[in-house]
Every structure is written in structure tokens, then in C-alpha cells.
Design a protein around this ligand. Sequence first.
Ligand code: UD1
Ligand code: MG
Length: 465
Amino acid sequence: MVPLLTISICLEPSMSRTSFAAIILAAGRGTRMKSAIPKVMHQIAGRPMIAHLLEALRPLSPDATIVVIGPQMDTVARVVAPAESVVQDPPLGTGDAVRAAMRALDGRLAPHGPIENVLVLYGDTPLLRGKTLARLLAEQERAPAAVLLAGMRPVDPGPYGRLVSAPDGAVLRIVEAADATDEESAIGLCWGGLMLIQARHSRELIEALDPRNAKREFYLTGVAEIATDEGLRCAAIDLPSEELLGINTRAELAEAEALMQRRLRREAMEGGVTLVAPETVFLSADTQLGRDVVIEPNVTFGPGVTVGDRALICSFSYLEGAAVGVSARIGPFARLRPGAILEEEVHIGNFVEVKASRVGARAKANHLSYIGDSEIGARTNIGAGTITCNYDGFNKSQTIIGEGAFIGSNTALVAPVKVGDGAIIAAGSVITRDVPPDALSLARGQQVDKPGRARDLRARLRRKN
Ligand code: UD1
Ligand code: MG
């Protein structure tokens, strides 16, 4: 079983690399999202955008990682830890954010320190892959530049900064869409929000930025023109625009989600999983699926799910924080909540919810049940409509059921309660005391039959009407 995303970021072991510090910018207000939460905390495939970037960086082992956050962004600092975060207050633009991060790197950057390059990433580009970052670093080794930019050619260059280039391909400057002339707006080569700066030039380039633009901010993009003016090399390489999609609006968030889902589905299928209708299955970045798992249409995987080999997940099931055993069968219409651990060949059927419970091998709960805070032994059968009554309004209590037990339909197990191995519970029972092993337990009202009384009753009612 392999986490889907690691497949996409495996790097060639032979790849040499230059030392670098990664700076991730996340302090912007994200006004266009119209949200109470920081932009980089919005999720793609069940994980905050910024966590995707850290994941992409991981295999490259940066020599330092600094995340620039805004004031009151403690949630971001917590998500990125142990990466260091620095606060930019107030946020005066992307160039100003890099300046804040560089203060934290003081003494570590060349020429005074050992780190040769500064890699700037924008926290709102969550689709970047590790191998694409590695390509940028490799290009810097091949043909060093004071500033190396990730260029891209999106279908709609719309809001992106345009790269104004000399005939020999050198980049002269980046023009923001808001500041561009018609001629500049027509340039298809855009900047993807990813930049490598030689550390020994980084201080002079960043310090030279000024806020002369439409927004009166210190734009990081200004370093291209400053480098050119100083006679330093500023270059760009073309990287896939699909990976450099910048998320500024909810529509772009949905677009990124769709692209990420397509990527995860493809990786799942390449790993030996059957998706009957891939476009209807939603995965999380950390979903782990075994070989020959079959997933029917319309299944959603929240974070933290592992599925063993040969399991079948039927339509309309929703899984999160659950471990599904080898050859298990889930759904249709099953809900697995955090802490559901199902061993091999378990059957969880329609309208069954399992939470914080371990279900032993070959046990079955095929219809209409709630199993919460429970342990269910191997081969036990849970009848339709069985409910573990785990909550009294204040406390959660455990239900422990042994192996090979049979719980009749519509049983209410009032926790805390234990049912021994091999016990049989009669249908419709309300179990409030422990049941010994191999006992037959009946806990329901006695049935009373009155011969002929139905006919008499009908006759009486007919006369009345
Ligand atoms: C930016 C670029 C644009 C590029 C695009 C790529 C600038 C001025 N423009 O535009 O050329 O094509 O990204 O996606 O850089 N941030 C801070 N502090 C600030 C302002 C922003 O940390 O003071 C962070 C934001 O949180 C965000 C990133 O920097 O993660 C980029 O800012 P954003 O406002 O999204 O820039 P764009 O308008 O997308
Ligand atoms: Mg952006």
C-alpha cells in the first residue's frame, strides 16, 4: 500500500542538488476568497493548500523552510510546524514578505552562510509537484542565474504577471496584469509564483524593491528588472501551468480540486485500483488503497483512510479516518467515521455507521446499524437495526461483543455493556446487563395472542362507523 501522493513526488536518487532555503508566502489577506479563514488553510483533497506545498518540498530536504504568515494566523503556524513561521505585519506585498523571511535567515545565506539559493513559493499554488521543484533546482545548477523564474503558458493568462523577455530569452521584467499595457497583456508567458534567487544577490535585490505600482505594494516581481539593471542574469524555464495554478478565488479553488482529484484517481488506477467511474470518486491526498481494490461510483474518502487489498467499496459510501481490511466489503450507503478499524473480510452493509470501533475478521453488520465505541469479535453477526447506545448525553461508553456472537435484529445495546463469545441475543432486545458467553438472552416484552379477537374488533369498529 502506497500513499497516493508519494507516488507523484518520488525523485530520482541520482539527482544532485544545490543548497537552498525555501520561503513560502502565506501572509496575504486573501480578500478575493471572501473568507474568515486564511487562504492557504482552504483545503484541496482534504488537506490545507499550504500542507501540499510542504509535502512537495519534503523529498528535496530544504536546508531551511520559513513560512511567512500574517498576524492572527496561528492556525497556519500550527499546520506548518516544525517549519519555522515568521509574521509579516502589516502585509505590504510579496517582496516585503520575502524581506521578512530573509531577516529570519540572517547569517544562514551566502555569502556569509552556507545556503546558496533562496526558493520562493507562493502558498496559493498547491498543485506543484516535488519533481517540478527539482527541475527548477537542476536548471539552476546547469545554468546559474541570479533570478530563475518558473514560467508558464496558461490557457487564460488573465491575472498572472507577464514575463517581458529579450530576443535571447533573458527575462527583462515581470509586469503585473493590473499594470500591463495592451501589448504586455498579450504576452502568453506568465510567471507561476515560483522563483529561485541566488542567496548572495538576494539581499541587494530585495532591498532595492519599491512600491511604485497600481497597488502601492512591494512586489517581489520587481527583482527581475532590478537584476537586469544590475547586469545580473534573470532567466525563466517553462513549467507545466497545470501545476502552477494560483488560487485566489473560490472558483480557482474548485478548479484546483478537480485537477488534484484527476491526479489522485490516475495514481490510484496506476497502483492497481479499479475505479468503475473515476470522475465520481473523491479521494484525499493521504488515501491509501491496496491492490485490486474495487471502488464503485460515488464514493468519498475523507482524510486518513487506508483500504486493504481486494476490498470492495460499494456506491454512496463515505469513509474518513478508517482502516478497511483485506477483502472487506463496504456499502452501498455505508458511513465509516474516524477510528473505524475493520479487519479482513468484514461486511458493512447499507445504512450502517461505524465510529471508533474495531470489528473483527469476518464479522458482519449488513443493514441499518450504528456501531460506536465498540469492539466486535471475529465472525459475530450484527442483525439489522442494531444500535450501540454509547451516549447518555454526558459520557461515551463502550460496547464489547465477543467472537461468534449473534445479535438479533433491532437490538439496543445500552453501553457500557459486554456480550460474551458465542452468545445469542433475541431480536428486539434491550440489553442493559452483561451477557455471559454462550448464553441466550431475551430482553423484550412477552407476546400475548388472543384467538379470534382481531375479527371481533373489526366487526365492532365496522358497526361504529
Ligand atoms: C502573484 C504575482 C503574479 C503571479 C501570481 C502567480 C506578485 C505581485 N504577483 O499574484 O505576478 O503571476 O502570483 O500565482 O507577486 N502574500 C504575502 N504577503 C503579502 C502579500 C501576499 O505573504 O503582503 C502571499 C499571499 O498569501 C499568497 C502569495 O503571497 O500566498 C501571492 O499573493 P497573491 O495576492 O495571491 O498574488 P497574485 O495576485 O496571485
Ligand atoms: Mg495568488
